[in-house]
Design a protein around this ligand. Structure first.
Ligand code: GRF
Length: 183
């Protein structure tokens, strides 16, 4: 069975959906760059080890990424699963884990990469948005797309409704893609 580390910066609902899916893998570690993230409470509730770091306490990205690499080695991590992790890795980090870092993004990539993807799509007047699971390369949400799903938002009346619809799709899609294509 593969050892996986999940990286999250905030709420961690995708992290929890992956736990609840009881996939054939060992969820060894949650890596988190925000000591206030609710994802940490979820990890505690499920007895999953955490590595929390404060990027501001390091002089460079290379320095904190070195600490992350040490943790990946300590826990013998095979696959890195990003679930709302709000940082971009350096080129050398991505190269080290080539094809072993997966991300979920709330748009039908290549449309609307980067921050506030749902807001960007709504602003552009889209009636169909999406969710994509992709490999992470050196860019922002530019890596090879593994799977995606289209979501119709024409009946949604507010952004909160759209967000919750997107989350419900993500919570099914991410565990399924991990199971069928990655693990
Ligand atoms: C998700 O919408 C995901 O697509 C994006 O960040 C959000 C994380 O939500 N990358 P959560 O922390 O898993 O609830």
């Amino acid at each position: 069975m593969k050892n996986i580390a999940i990286f999250a910066s905030g709420n961690g609902s995708n992290f929890e959906a992956i736990i609840e899916a009881k996939l054939e893998c060992n969820i060894k570690l949650l890596v988190c760059d925000n000591s206030k993230a609710y994802a940490l409470t979820r990890a505690k509730n499920h007895n999953i080890d955490t590595f929390v770091f404060d990027p501001k306490k390091f002089n460079s990205k290379q320095e904190y990424e070195q600490k992350i690499i040490e943790k990946m080695n300590e826990y013998k991590i095979d696959i890195i699963v990003l679930a709302g992790y709000m940082r971009i890795f350096s080129k050398s980090f991505v190269e080290k884990y080539e094809n072993r870092i997966i991300n979920i993004h709330p748009s039908k990539l290549p449309k609307y990469p980067g921050l506030n993807a749902i807001g960007q799509a709504v602003e552009a007047g889209e009636v169909e948005i999406g969710v994509s699971v992709h490999y992470v390369d050196g860019g922002v949400d530019t890596g090879e797309i593994i799977a995606s799903e289209v979501i119709s938002i024409k009946d949604c009346s507010c952004i909160e409704e759209i967000e919750s619809l997107v989350h419900s799709v993500e919570h099914k899609l991410y565990p399924r893609v991990l199971k069928e294509k990655i693990l």
